[in-house]
Design a protein around this ligand. Structure first.
Ligand code: MCA
Ligand code: AMP
Length: 475
C-alpha cells in the first residue's frame, strides 16, 4: 500500500500542502475560488462519504461541487460516471443503467430514483487514503458511436496519468502556468485535461463557465484550451482576441481547426495555436509542441509513448509520404480499457496485433507530422466539438409518431464545423407535425447539443438499389 503523492492529483499531496505548498487559487469556477488546502480538505471529506462505493454518477455542471465530487472519488479510488447535465430522458436512463452507478454524488436531476450523497463545500477531512492501483478505473465516460446509445469508455488511473504527463511534456506545461477554459466537465477535454491536468501539473485553473471570447480575455491566464468553435468565435471579437497576446500557449482540439481560423488567431494574438488530436478512447495522442513547428491544418507528432500507423482497407501499410491517406491506428499508455459491458465492440476496435483503430483517416509525412483528413463513417458527426452519433438521433426521431423515415447528417458549418441536420419523411397520416416539434422531441430524449439545428421535410430519402440511404447525396 502506498501513501505517496496521489497519482492523478500530485498538487494535492497532503504532506506537501500541509508543509506550505498551498496556493490560494488552485481552482476558480462558478464564481468561487478554492485554495489547494480547501480543495483537498473538502474533497477528502467527500472521499470519506463515498469510500465504500464502487461507481458514482456526477451531474457534471461546471461548479465547485462537480470538482469536489470528482476529486473526492479519485482520492477514494471510486469510479466517476460524469453525466451531461442536459441529458434527456433516454440518454440519462441509459447512462445510469449501463454504468451501474450506485448513487448521485452532489446534485441529482429531477425525478431520478437513485440515492443522493451530498457534497458539502465547507466540510473538511484530513484523512490520508492509500493510492489505488493504477489499473483502477477512474472514469466511465459516455460517448456516441455510429449507431445505438452512447458507449461507456473506461479510463484507468494509470492511463490518465500517462496521458497528462505526455501533454505536460509536449506543451511545457508547468505549475507556473494558469490554465483557462470554459469547456464542459463530462469529456476528456474539459474534465480530464482541463481539471485533472491542472491538478496533476499544479497550475491554477480558471474555469470561465461558458467559453466566451470576453470571459477568455478577462481571465488573463497563460495556457488556454478551446474547441475550434471557441477559437473561431474569439477571432470574431478582435478586441478579446488581442488580449490573449499575453498568454503563453493557445491549444485547440476536439475537431479540426480550420486554417483560416488558425491564421486569424495568429494575426490577432501573435500566437500560432497548438493543435492536438485525440479521442475519448485514447486521450490525446498527437500534438504540435511548445518547442516545435506549428503547421496550419496539421495536428503534429505522436506525444510521448505513442506510436501511429496508417492502414488501407485491406489492412496493408500506407506510406508516410504526407500525401497518401489511410485509416489511423494508434498505440500508447493512455488508451482506454474497453467499452463497459461491450466486449464485442471493444474487441472490434483493436487489430489482431494490438493497435486501436481510430476511425479517422489521416496522412503522415516523412517527419512524422499528421494531418487528419476526416472520419471513415459519415455517421459520426462533430458539432461544436461534441461527438454525435447519427444513429442515436435517428432512433429518437423514429420514435416520434409523425416520422416514417429519417436520415441524420452533419453538414458543413462555419461556426460549429458541422451542424446536425435531419432529413425527415413524415407519415402520410400525419396532420402537420412541425420541424420545431421534432427538434423539441430530440431535446427531451438526448443532450441539447444533439438536437438537429435543422429538420428538412422531404418526400423520400435517396436510396441505392439495395435500399440503403445514400447519405452522401444529402446536402
Ligand atoms: C443549439 N441551440 C438550439 C439548437 N442547438 N436551439 C434550438 N434548436 C437547436 N437545434 C441553442 C443552444 O442551447 C444555445 O442556447 C444557443 O442555441 C447557441 O447554441 P450553440 O451555437 O451550440 O452555442 P453554445 O451553446 O454557445 O455552444 C458552443 C460551444 C459548445 C460552447 C462551443 O459547443 C461546447 O461547449 N463545445 C465543447 C465540446 C467539448 O468539450 N468536446 C470535447 C469532446 P442558449 O444560448 O440559451 O444556451 S472531445 C474530447 O474530449 C477529445 C478527447 C478531444 O480531442 O478533446
Ligand atoms: P471524442 O471522442 O468526442 O473526443 O471525439 C473524437 C474525434 O474527434 C476523433 O476521432 C476525431 O474525429 C475528432 N478530433 C479530435 N481532435 C481533432 C483534431 N485536432 N482534428 C481533427 N479531428 C479531431
Amino acid at each position: 500500500m502506498s501513501f505517496g503523492p496521489p497519482l492523478l492529483l500530485s498538487s494535492l499531496n497532503p504532506l506537501a500542502v500541509a508543509g506550505g505548498a498551498d496556493i490560494p487559487n488552485a481552482v476558480s469556477i462558478d464564481g468561487t475560488t478554492l485554495s489547494r488546502s480547501d480543495l483537498l480538505g473538502a474533497a477528502t471529506s467527500v472521499a470519506e462519504r463515498v469510500a465504500r462505493a464502487e461507481r458514482m454518477a456526477v451531474l457534471a455542471e461546471p461548479t465547485v461541487a462537480t470538482v469536489l465530487a470528482v476529486v473526492g472519488c479519485l482520492i477514494a479510488g471510486v469510479t466517476v460516471v460524469p453525466v451531461p447535465p442536459d441529458s434527456g430522458a433516454t440518454e440519462l436512463a441509459h447512462i445510469l443503467a449501463d454504468s451501474g452507478a450506485q448513487a448521485w454524488l452532489g446534485k441529482a436531476p429531477e425525478g431520478s430514483e437513485l440515492p443522493v450523497v451530498p457534497v458539502r463545500r465547507h466540510a473538511r477531512s484530513w484523512h490520508s487514503y492509500p493510492e489505488p492501483d493504477p489499473a483502477t478505473p477512474a472514469f466511465v465516460l459516455y460517448t456516441s458511436g455510429t449507431t445505438g446509445l452512447p458507449k461507456g469508455v473506461v479510463l484507468q488511473r494509470g492511463a490518465i496519468a500517462a496521458g497528462l504527463d505526455a501533454l505536460a511534456d509536449a506543451w511545457a506545461w508547468t505549475a507556473d502556468d494558469v490554465l483557462v477554459h470554459g469547456l464542459p466537465l463530462f469529456h476528456v477535454h474539459g474534465l480530464i485535461l482541463g481539471v485533472l491536468g491542472a491538478l496533476r501539473v499544479g497550475s491554477p485553473l480558471i474555469h470561465t463557465g461558458k467559453p466566451t471570447p470576453r470571459a477568455y480575455a478577462a481571465a488573463k491566464g497563460s495556457l488556454y484550451f478551446g474547441v475550434p468553435t471557441v477559437w473561431s468565435r474569439i477571432t470574431e471579437d478582435p478586441d478579446a482576441a488581442r488580449q490573449l497576446a499575453a498568454a503563453r500557449l493557445l491549444v485547440s482540439g476536439s475537431a479540426p481547426l480550420p486554417v483560416p481560423v488558425f491564421e486569424r488567431l495568429r494575426e490577432f494574438t501573435g500566437h500560432a495555436p497548438i493543435e492536438r488530436y485525440g479521442m475519448s478512447e485514447t486521450m490525446i495522442t498527437l500534438s504540435t509542441r511548445a518547442d516545435g513547428e506549428r503547421r496550419p491544418g496539421w495536428v503534429g507528432t505522436p506525444v510521448h509513448g505513442v506510436r501511429t500507423r496508417l492502414r488501407d482497407e485491406s489492412g496493408a501499410p500506407v506510406p508516410h509520404d504526407g500525401e497518401s491517406i489511410g485509416g489511423l491506428q494508434v498505440r500508447g499508455p493512455m488508451l482506454f480499457d474497453g467499452y463497459l459491458n461491450r466486449p464485442d465492440e471493444t474487441a472490434a476496435s483493436w487489430t489482431d496485433d494490438g493497435w486501436f483503430t481510430t476511425g479517422d483517416v489521416a496522412a503522415i509525412d516523412s517527419e512524422g507530422f499528421h494531418r487528419i483528413v476526416g472520419r471513415e463513417s459519415v455517421d459520426l458527426i462533430k458539432s461544436g466539438g461534441f461527438r454525435i452519433g447519427a444513429g442515436e438521433v435517428e432512433t429518437v426521431l423514429l420514435g416520434h409518431p409523425a416520422v416514417a423515415e429519417v436520415a441524420v447528417v452533419g453538414l458543413p458549418d462555419d461556426d460549429l464545423g458541422q451542424r446536425v441536420v435531419a432529413f425527415v419523411v413524415r407519415r402520410a397520416s400525419d396532420a402537420g407535425t412541425t420541424e420545431r416539434e421534432l427538434i423539441a422531441h430530440v431535446a427531451e430524449q438526448l443532450s441539447v447539443h444533439k438536437r438537429p439545428r435543422e429538420i428538412r421535410l422531404v418526400d423520400a430519402l435517396p436510396r441505392n438499389a439495395m435500399g440503403k440511404v445514400q447519405k452522401k447525396l444529402l446536402s
